[in-house]
Ligand binder design. Structure first.
Ligand code: CAA
Length: 249
């Protein structure tokens, strides 16, 4: 049996997900990038693009807001490759609006995709990791889960919830070789932040001490570290990667 590590990156074909998959491949990991089933055509094109750039990445569909779909996804990975060693919970969406305009669907979509998904996917891999005495779980949260953001009551709730999940599961995994950590990106240059109206985006960037958005690679580098052997004593932590936008201890 191969001793190559296996990673599952949810939201793997997205802006941050792409950089995360690439950096894990560079570490010698066999990577499965999860994508939303309705976007199969884009995911196939993405995979071809990655291959042309030298990154061999497998793609796997699942709506992570569905528990059953996650069960099937992880079972399919087990059949093709084996048990997941590194899980990066990165799938996320925004439905920004002030509370006055936030309908129930926008609330539920964000909570289901950004928070319930993390339970749905992690539940499928955690026991296997603890049984083998090794595993890495990294949850991608957000600076806005730490400090809130006008128009993001749904998103900030989900992202804050992720860190509660991290701290709890870290305690369950600590004695069993499984670390669980959160990364809290600030504003990173991706399609998600491009969707913010330009005038608002400019004001946000002006308020970042680094005076610029981060790059997806800034997040990928932090995830590479947390998923490596060097980070084996770090668990239950939140690592902000935000250009100084929010500082706490
Ligand atoms: N503080 C105070 N007032 C604000 C404000 C703020 N930060 N932002 C907007 N407003 C005001 C506007 O000036 C406007 O005032 P008037 O009514 O007097 O003109 C009013 O609020 C707009 O209110 P609406 O009820 O019409 O707002 P809306 O439902 O249309 O929502 C919004 C507006 C879509 C939330 C818009 O403000 C916006 O896009 N904000 C940016 C949100 C943001 O940062 N999203 C991050 C996306 S990227 C991401 O999430 C990744 C990550 O992890 C960081």
């Amino acid at each position: 049996m191969s001793d190559q590590k296996i990673a599952l990156v949810t939201g793997g074909v997205g802006g941050i997900g792409t950089a995360v998959c690439q950096s894990l491949v560079k570490q010698g990991v066999r990577v499965f990038a999860n994508y939303y089933p309705a976007e199969a055509e884009q995911a196939t094109a993405w995979q071809a693009q990655q291959k042309a750039a030298g990154y061999d990445i497998e793609i796997i569909a699942a709506d992570v807001s569905s528990y059953e779909a996650c069960e099937e996804m992880v079972a399919a990975i087990a059949e093709q490759a084996g048990l997941v060693d590194i899980l990066v919970n990165g799938a996320g969406i925004t439905r920004d609006s002030s509370m006055k305009n936030m309908d129930k669907d926008s609330w539920n979509a964000v909570i289901n995709t950004n928070l319930n998904s993390v339970y749905n996917v992690t539940k499928q891999v955690f026991e296997g990791m603890t049984a083998r005495g090794t595993g890495r779980i990294i949850n991608i949260s957000s600076v806005n889960g730490q400090r809130g953001q006008f128009g993001q009551a749904n998103y900030a709730s989900a992202k804050a919830g992720l860190h509660g999940f991290t701290m709890s599961l870290a305690q369950e995994g600590a004695a069993k070789g499984v670390t669980v950590n959160t990364i809290s990106p600030g504003y990173i240059s991706t399609a998600m932040t491009q969707a913010i109206p330009e005038d608002i985006r400019d004001k946000i960037v002006a308020g970042i001490p680094a005076k610029k958005m981060g790059q997806p690679e800034d997040i990928a580098n932090a995830i590479s570290f947390l998923s490596s052997e060097s980070a084996s004593y770090i668990t239950g932590a939140n690592l902000p990667v935000n250009g100084g936008l929010f500082m706490s201890f």
